[in-house]
Write a protein that binds this ligand. Structure first.
Ligand SMILES: [Zn+2]
Ligand SMILES: [Zn+2]
Length: 346
């Protein structure tokens, strides 16, 4: 079968022919309908050889939707032909965190060598993929596969981040979204659907700001050295009760810290490597800073339920598997509006 693989550190991903995957007991074979292109893959492909954590070649794709094509021995909770979304942050399934559905925070994944598809295990940018256990599959129940696939990361990750701050996002509050690309443009919609907060979006290009306004941002501001001052002005000097940074480079992290209100939440989602110092006087009083990772299985079900209610619509551009390297190149250059989706069997 064909797959998009990252094969050599520092090189662009390539479309190659690989052996068809072999289905083991307890596993599910998925015929991939749609696979999302995530900016974090570009960060991963920028890591140096000496600290690269995964075996190469690596089939990319940590967002996947597909059709159940075959069942391994003993699998009886899904059926051939079911249309399903893949919960990506696989865990052991039995530790205290996994028992709560928080497989993204599995206590034993490292020890057991369990990796998410596309981030260690073979991912969704292939005609077929193996799912380790049917519990990782959520029926999409009538949702469109292309519109749904980004929700497995670009929806789930901001949903999880926003949930933490819900008690602070009361009427009259302000939420700031920094970076309105794949995750950020979904975050804006989630904030509008889940809270009464005023939503302010920051990005570096007018195209992205236009998308931010289209999907519901009340204000959209160019992300530059003056942005923090503008947010302070918009909030009467108070700042934002919650700031979500989907970029995470030093300039955006500095902005996030500078605009957080007293007792505000700063959530660093983007993996740009920026650092926010915490200590008396370094941030506003009682600002809480965190860097979460993905979300729980239960939260993915909630995100898909929200999508079914019509509250979230992801802006997508579709590409064939042969065009996948081009999609990554465009994302790298900031030329994707919303989310690029690969159709491996399209
Ligand atoms: Zn991602
Ligand atoms: Zn676990």
């Amino acid at each position: 079968m064909k797959a998009l693989q990252y094969r050599t550190v520092g090189s662009a991903p390539e479309v190659v022919t690989v052996p068809d995957p072999e289905l083991g007991p307890g596993q599910v074979l998925l015929k991939v309908t749609a696979a999302g292109v995530c900016h974090s893959d570009i960060a991963v492909m920028g890591w140096p050889a000496e600290s690269f954590p995964y075996a190469l070649p690596l089939t990319l794709g940590h967002e996947g939707v597909g059709t159940v094509a075959a069942l391994g021995a003993g699998v009886d909770t899904v059926e051939e032909g079911d249309s399903v979304a893949v919960y990506g942050p696989w865990g052991c399934g039995t530790c205290a965190n996994c028992a709560q559905g928080k497989e993204n925070y599995c206590l034993r994944a490292d020890e057991l060598g369990i990796r998410p598809p596309g981030l260690g295990a073979p991912g969704s940018m292939a005609e077929y993929m193996i799912i380790d256990d049917p519990r990782h599959l959520v029926p999409i129940d009538g949702l469109d596969p292309v519109a749904t696939v980004p929700l497995t990361d670009a929806g789930l990750t901001p949903y999880h981040a926003i949930k933490r701050s819900l008690p602070k996002l009361v009427p009259g509050s302000t939420a700031v979204v920094i970076g309105t690309g794949g995750l950020g443009h979904v975050a804006i919609q989630l904030l509008r659907a889940m809270t009464a907060a005023r939503v302010v979006a920051l990005d570096v290009s007018e195209d992205k700001l236009a998308l931010a306004r289209t999907v519901g941002a009340h204000e959209a501001i160019l992300s530059d050295a003056a942005a923090a001052g503008k947010v302070r002005e918009l909030t009467g000097g108070r700042g934002a009760e919650a700031v979500f940074d989907f970029v995470g480079i030093q300039p955006t992290v500095d902005t996030a810290g500078a605009i957080a209100a007293i007792e505000g939440d700063v959530t660093l989602v983007g993996i740009g490597g920026g650092v926010l110092p915490v200590g008396f006087g370094r941030q506003n009083f009682e600002v809480s800073v965190t860097a979460p990772y993905w979300g729980s299985r239960g939260e993915l079900i909630e995100v898909l339920d929200l999508a079914r209610s019509g509250a979230v619509s992801v802006h997508t551009e579709t590409y064939s598997l042969d065009e996948a390297p081009e999609a990554y190149a465009r994302l790298h250059d900031g030329r994707i509006n919303g989310r690029a989706v690969i159709l491996p069997n399209g």
